[in-house]
Design a protein around this ligand. Sequence first.
Ligand code: NAD
Length: 531
Amino acid sequence: MVPDQAFPVAAPSPTPSPGLTKNLERAAHYLDRLRGTTIRHLIGGRLDEGSGRTFDNLDPVDNSVLCRVAAGDARDIDRAARAATDAFPAWRAVSGERRREILHAIADRIEARADELAFVESVDSGQPIRFVSKATMRSAENFRFFADRAPGAADGLSLPTQTHVNYTMRVPIGPVGIITPWNAPFMLSTWKIAPALAAGCTVVHKPAEWSPLTAMLLGEIMNETITAAGLPPGVVNVVHGLGEEAGKALTEHPAIKAIGFVGDSITGSHIMAQGADTLKRVHFELGGKNPVIVFDDADLERALDAVVFMIYSLNGERCTSSSRALIQRSIYETFTEAIAARVARLRVGHPLDPATEIGPLIHPRHVEKVLGYAAVARAEGATVRCGGRRANDDGGNMVAPTLYTNAGPQMRISQEEIFGPALTAIPFTDESEALLIANDVRYGLTAYVWTRDVGRAHRVAQGLDVGMVWVNSENVRHLPTPFGGVKASGIGRDGGDYSFDFYMETKNICVALDTHHVPRMGVERTPDQGK
Ligand code: NAD
């Protein structure tokens, strides 16, 4: 057994690593400049504070105030929607080839500032710098990938008959609203905004209130690049604010044709209702309670690596995290023991320490939610095998990585999205029981299957009610493939041309050849008419 107290925790450690010392010095300079400032909206190419109302943005390390953020309201959203509407004719008229150049130029600027962006993202979100740096490069790739698809975005079909030539083309839907969550804020913003711009849409972005800093920098980077190319300001706009105020106003605005949303499933329901009056098109990437199913014939060393990585990396604040481990009974004890031993060695610490594997959670309210599940687990009869408590007693947001064992599939820890470094391990007997348990939740985002039996791998993958399955792998994202969930995990798909299905309308154009005779009215009947 690995005792609860075995976690080596550092926040900050008494002898900081050279990497952390360097980053803390840098942070001190950055925070000196940041504290006391207000993060402003970017509307029509100008930074402004809107109504002047603000809210606090907290440092996840110690919950001190990092800066203030403009609290956008319906008037700010209206100004941004108008700016996006005004810029739309010019942006949609830009050729796909030119859009490709502009989006690559945005990627160049992201790469040139990658170090700074990763640093700010880590400071703002508490996610360890080692993971955030990789995600920042992925953000540049998102722009490059959709840049290269821009010239073909309008492509359609040619459908000729003897009398007509029909052809289809895709046209951008118009100004769109993008609403993003606080986890992986930079990467997720680029994942949504890059295809919208490639398609020819203009954008109003409403970032999450708990991690707004890199959204502001991204807005500036995009706006500088687009206006430097001679296009009007207003192609991209950023309005900060609370979900129930700025977010709601965006979903209700009549000029906004569609909402691309990433966030909680319940918020998705609200957005659907809010957008009903204006018949909004919606695309939802929502929550998950993703199973990783480990059969006893799997390569257990690799499976262990994947199980640990997919729940404890990025602080477990990750929609695709495998938060339910379904483990075959014959290996349940040994495998959970192996997870516990690995968990005991995870390095919890300052997010700017290159050695840190788990940083502080985003916000004290989120810590309360995540830790609340330890009491729930105990009350339900599960075992809190590791963690279930803060990682130290500094009152901050560091949570010890948690493993719940002896869990039943219907317990709340097995059904609800905890969204932190907490894994629920559930035993199963055979393939059919594994499938029953895996599917018996409201969510259906991802699943992971570990087995060496090829037939079983396909059967289980096909039987899982989820949008994406990885077999003998952690989550690997190949950008042309579809990304999205079923049930309460989402509506629609992103990635490749799937993104264009959302941001574009298919138009059918029908051209008659002169062999076609139009039916005549109001003329005299000819002898062969009316038979
Ligand atoms: P959230 O739903 O609370 O907030 C997301 C965004 O919606 C924020 O910008 C917020 O201000 C805004 N919002 C809140 N209420 C709104 C309303 N009534 N109208 C319009 N906008 C509103 O989610 P969160 O806590 O920021 O993020 C965590 C959730 O996001 C988790 O459930 C996670 O699984 C999910 N997520 C899903 C994916 C995916 O790809 N499926 C990716 C990342 C995160």
